[in-house]
Design a protein around this ligand. Sequence first.
Ligand SMILES: Cc1ncc(COP(=O)(O)O)c(C=O)c1O
Length: 383
Amino acid sequence: MDWRTKLLDPKPQARQGYKSLVTPVYRGSTVVFDDQKSVTDDWRQAENGYSYGLYGTPTALELASRIAKIEGARETFIVPGGQAAIALIYLAYCQAGSHALVPYSAYGPNKAMAEGLMRGLNVEVEPYDPLIGDGISALIRENTTLIWCESPGSVTMEIQDIPAIVKAAHARDVAVALDNTYAAGVMLDAFECGVDVSMQALTKYVGGHSDLLLGSVSSRDDEAYAKLGPIYQQLGLAVSPDDCSLALRGLQTLSVRLDALEKATLEVANWLVEQPMVDAVFHPALPSCPGHEIWKRDFTGSTSVFSFTLKNSTTGAKVVDFINALNIFRIGMSWGGVNSLAVVYPNLDRPNQDFEGRIVRLNIGLEAPSDLIADLEQAMSKL
Ligand SMILES: Cc1ncc(COP(=O)(O)O)c(C=O)c1O
């Protein structure tokens, strides 16, 4: 063999059979087939064998099957981020002329997609009150194809009655999708609640260290799997095997991180309840959170993100000063990592609810809660 050919010889030279506890990082776009008749371009790689790296190398498929097992899904797709997961679900369940429903409290970019991309495709996405429960029936139309749930809601933390929404939706043959990121896919059993599709931003708790972006879309049954698969293929939602490897590592410590985060977050939230400058604390485990009773019924615990409002004697400008005065809390919007974060939402678009820049969202990390409380206290004392 010429040395040039030797350079390209892909046959493994090293001894095979290395056994490790860690899933290898499989890189690769092209899949090599055994013979011509085996050549396919099939997105159902889990069943029909590997066809193309675009649909995931074994690293992504390992992550997908672990998430599917944890959530009790038929199958899970791994996508480049939570927002990509939202896009996949919209595009799989809505066509030109469809009507969809999304709670006012949904993640902002979900609503932005509803008003931007989906409206441009002639899909009408109507916002609804997250606390509507079975009242959702009245909003379902002939052409409704999808109802979104997100529980708790972003920033305002409303807990939704998902089983009631699912019952009303399924009675009219409408699919329900849940953004289950808050619960990390484990503190709320999405499929027990009856949803058709459950998605997570793995970027948050599964990643857990603010160093990767990934999403998951889990299907309840064959019908949901068959609806999502072709759109997943057409959108080309490829993911990095390195990110999947980090997410697989994240899964190994998810339970200890969630335990520690829940405990620390409750400590900070309970301290805030006692502060004279604080008006309300929106933490699912506290009665002041809208839908708290439903949280007690459906969830097995709480996680690290919650909000509070300051009394209206505090101006929006003062709240900004408070955020800027924090030392341990960093200013940032994402959550689920090991660092504590704070951010104020000056223009939260909620009908009939104007917080006038006095709603602050916190993500509690793994710092000592006593230090976090001291940090909040010193920043508040400057007000
Ligand atoms: C509830 C929720 N869903 C989805 C996303 C989007 O995830 P990603 O940042 O991975 O696109 C986020 C991100 O903040 C989120 O908070």
